[in-house]
Design a protein around this ligand. Structure first.
Ligand SMILES: NC(=O)C1=CN([C@@H]2O[C@H](COP(=O)(O)OP(=O)(O)OC[C@H]3O[C@@H](n4cnc5c(N)ncnc54)[C@H](O)[C@@H]3O)[C@@H](O)[C@H]2O)C=CC1
Ligand SMILES: O=C([O-])CC(=O)C(=O)O
Length: 349
């Protein structure tokens, strides 16, 4: 239940924040968040949610296009955080210094990366590798140089490969801290919660499904056997499991060539980010994340993780899988390990 209660609290904080009567002062700690890819389909609503968050005191938006406009627009929202928007060239809003990645990242506590191309119908997430691998590599090289102590939350697909890419880039630079590099799998948890709550006829805030593995098709494994009170026929369980694994495809198909999930991902990315900021200021947080892990024989694995002020504090035990979940687990592992290896090889070969 932990993550969902946090999600509800976090969103109610957002809902309260844009009051015309004043700014929220919930956060006692200064926190700079950098969003890389901030002019995109995810980046813009994610930046909006960060601008509304009482946890954020400084928001820096970076993209290869559009961020001066995004920042000028968001700057009129009466919340306490300051905001800047930078392009790679020395163009920024407000005009200052040299702009660029250096100013975006310097002093950042959390860097969220939704930069890169989204899928079109018929594509897998792995089909994005050729374009997005290089984008993530370059941006994380910037993190190694300008904010080596920041937590880095990666949204760009394929997450199963881009997280290992980030780790290898940081290792090469001598700046890798496995406790501070995460793939964001929160949207899988959001989908599983929504679908199971609909099935059970309960409020989604009262369920919190553990989703393990990775973030692509069958590497996404929702553990519905752990949801108290949930009853399924075999067919229902198969249907809800596959729908969670391929929830992204459902949105890609409905958008019919105009991209993939953006609004639900901005929500999920915001929940993940705000939880990191709460952890930084001392709250114990548990949420699912794709991290370096020795829970299985895959070097990275998504599972419930305890976060503290320095990032990952503890990777919680996987626990027992049902026979049905074990079948999916065995099917997933070769695919997950291949996608991880592809990311590692990209940086090292
Ligand atoms: N982890 C997850 O659960 C999810 C991941 N995604 C992934 O997020 C990524 C972004 O998706 P959308 O926002 O819909 O795409 P989009 O195309 O709307 O936005 C991407 C943004 O990245 C920017 N960009 C490209 N190269 C850049 C660079 N070198 N530096 C900085 N910014 C750069 C683009 O200018 C654009 O504004 C995709 O890879 C998508 O597959 C999408 C949904 C869920
Ligand atoms: O399906 C996609 O390509 C985007 C994504 O990762 C998701 O929605 O889970």
């Amino acid at each position: 239940m932990i993550m969902n209660r946090l999600a509800t609290k976090a969103i109610s904080a957002v809902a309260r924040t844009p009051s015309s009567r004043g700014f929220s002062t919930t956060s006692a700690v200064d926190a700079k968040v950098a969003v890389l890819g901030a002019a995109g389909g995810i980046g813009q609503p994610l930046s909006l949610l960060c601008k509304l968050s009482p946890e954020v005191t400084e928001l820096s938006c970076y993209d290869i296009v559009g961020t001066p406009g995004v920042a000028a627009d968001l700057s009129h929202i009466p919340t306490k955080s300051s905001i800047t928007g930078s392009l790679p060239s020395p163009v920024s809003w407000p005009p200052r210094g040299n702009g660029g990645l250096a100013e975006t990242l310097t002093g950042a506590d959390v860097v969220v990366i939704p930069a890169g191309v989204p899928r079109k119908p018929g594509m897998t997430r792995d089909d994005l590798f050729n374009t997005n691998a290089g984008i993530v590599k370059t941006l994380v090289e910037g993190c190694a140089e300008y904010c080596p102590d920041a937590m880095i939350a990666i949204i760009s697909n394929p997450v199963n490969s881009t997280v290992p890419i980030a780790a290898e880039v940081l290792k090469k630079a001598g700046k890798y801290n496995p406790n501070k590099v995460f793939g964001v799998t929160t949207l899988d948890v959001c989908r599983a919660n929504t679908f199971v709550a609909n099935h059970m006829g309960v409020d989604p805030k009262d369920v919190d499904v553990t989703v393990v593995g990775g973030h692509a098709g069958i590497t996404i494994l929702p553990l519905f056997s752990r949801v108290n009170g949930a009853k399924f026929t075999d067919e229902e369980l198969e249907k809800i499991t596959v729908r969670t694994q391929f929830g992204g495809d459902e949105v890609v198909a409905a958008k019919a060539g105009a991209g993939s999930a953006t609004l639900s991902m901005a929500y999920a990315g915001y929940i993940f980010t705000e939880n990191l900021l709460k952890a930084i200021r001392g709250e114990d947080i548990v949420q699912c994340a794709f991290v370096e892990s020795n829970l299985t024989d895959a070097p990275y694995f998504a599972s419930p993780v305890k976060f503290g002020k320095d990032g990952v504090k503890e990777i919680l035990p996987l626990g027992e899988l049902s026979a049905y979940e074990k079948k999916w687990f065995d099917k997933m592992m070769p695919e997950l390990k291949n996608q991880i290896k592809k990311g590692v090889d990209f940086v090292n070969n």
